[in-house]
Design a protein around this ligand. Structure first.
Ligand code: HEC
Length: 102
């Protein structure tokens, strides 16, 4: 059982109010993010000076699902050139947009 961060708790809260399919996407996105992305982006609430947390990204102006989808389809430096499958992108986007604090 991994430690549940404050961000994780917020995600769980958000998930409780979603349709099952969407909740599943976001949960899978969180799993993918912790496998592939957390080396750099860390947990929802732990950033570094050079790489924002996913929550920080979600709170940026204009980072809606459409923006994130196109960014992840073709990530550009300083992000590594990931090749992410379409359904994995959808799941990652579902995870990231739910971290937005508004
Ligand atoms: C090698 C380190 C590294 C890894 C691994 C990494 N990223 Fe990033 N990512 C970065 C850096 C550096 C930035 C640019 C920081 C900024 O925009 O201020 C960034 C930016 C982003 C942005 C914001 C783009 C924007 O314009 O606001 C998103 C979304 C993102 N990464 C998603 C991901 C996802 C999803 C994964 C896993 C599939 C991932 N990253 C893995 C380093 C990384």
């Amino acid at each position: 059982m991994r430690k549940v961060s404050i961000g994780g708790a917020a995600v769980l809260l958000a998930l409780a109010t979603l349709q099952p399919a969407q909740a599943q996407n976001a949960a899978n996105g969180e799993r993918l993010a912790s496998q592939w992305c957390s080396n750099c982006h860390a947990d929802a609430n732990r950033g570094s000076d050079t790489v924002p947390t996913f929550q920080g990204i979600a709170n940026r102006q204009g980072r809606d699902a459409e923006y994130l989808r196109s960014f992840l389809t073709n990530p550009h430096p300083p992000m590594p050139p990931f090749q992410i499958g379409r359904s994995d992108i959808e799941d990652l986007v579902a995870f990231i947009v739910r971290l937005r604090q508004r």
